[in-house]
Write a protein that binds this ligand. Sequence first.
Ligand SMILES: N[C@@H](CCC(=O)N[C@@H](CS)C(=O)NCC(=O)O)C(=O)O
Length: 286
Amino acid sequence: MAEMKKYEPPRVWRWEQDREGRFASINRPIAGPTHDKELPVGKHPLQLYSLATPNGMKVTIMLEELLALGHQGAEYDAYLITIGEGDQFGSGFVEVNPNSKIPALMDHSVSPPLRLFESGSILLYLAEKFGALLPSDLAGRTECLNWLFWQMGSGPYLGGGFGHFYAYAPEKWQYPIDRFAMETKRQLDVLDRQLADNRYIAGDSYSIADVAIWPWYGELVLNNVYAAAEFLDAPSYTHVMRWAKEIAQRPAVIRGSVVNRSSGDGAQLAERHDAADIDRALAAAE
Ligand SMILES: N[C@@H](CCC(=O)N[C@@H](CS)C(=O)NCC(=O)O)C(=O)O
């Protein structure tokens, strides 16, 4: 194991722009745009600016689920935001999401158009707009939102914590990997216990809780995130595994997962403007 370098924090932290690391070229301690760039606007009511990371997949899966349910108002154009090249710091993107992170959505079906950022806010907005994937009774709705917000709070320990130090950091350091593997396994156990008694995360029906949680925790146990399934002993979470495999088969999940994907194995579709774009991308990958 590599020793962690001894570090004496200075009195005031300063930004060293030449620091090493996979995200060193895009990480900044300041907000706001770095360059002027307008966003394209297509023909549909919903305009998505995103990338097929787990956070991005939540929204494309949700939109494909809504279309599968027959909600034509959920038609969307999806444009690629390449975060590794800093597209999230373009002026047009920052106007939609001042936090400079994908996914970001504009709803042009209302006047004036509405901006949406934070995947949880986007899922809740779409669920309410179309009356879908969110139980309408108080108890069901509350439990669904408990789990939606659980994902928003827990995900950064998996992504920014475990995933960063296990897969992306310049060296493998035991201290942060131990700390975040412990927390990630605890979270998987939380889900496993919930899914032991429930078919879906929030009960008997598939909901935005599943849409939010699957791209992170389902994909993690299926070994599609961080190549860490063996390290975390994913097969031991039998209920999470059962649920992850079931969700992975849903046509809307298969369709939504390829949108705004421009690298990696399997089907890719940088931009989506209608259903046939996805059909073509899936057919080409067969
Ligand atoms: N809490 C946010 C997290 C979004 C997020 O972290 N997006 C990442 C990609 S998965 C991103 O855009 N990173 C670019 C950056 O940090 O500059 C959400 O759920 O929407």
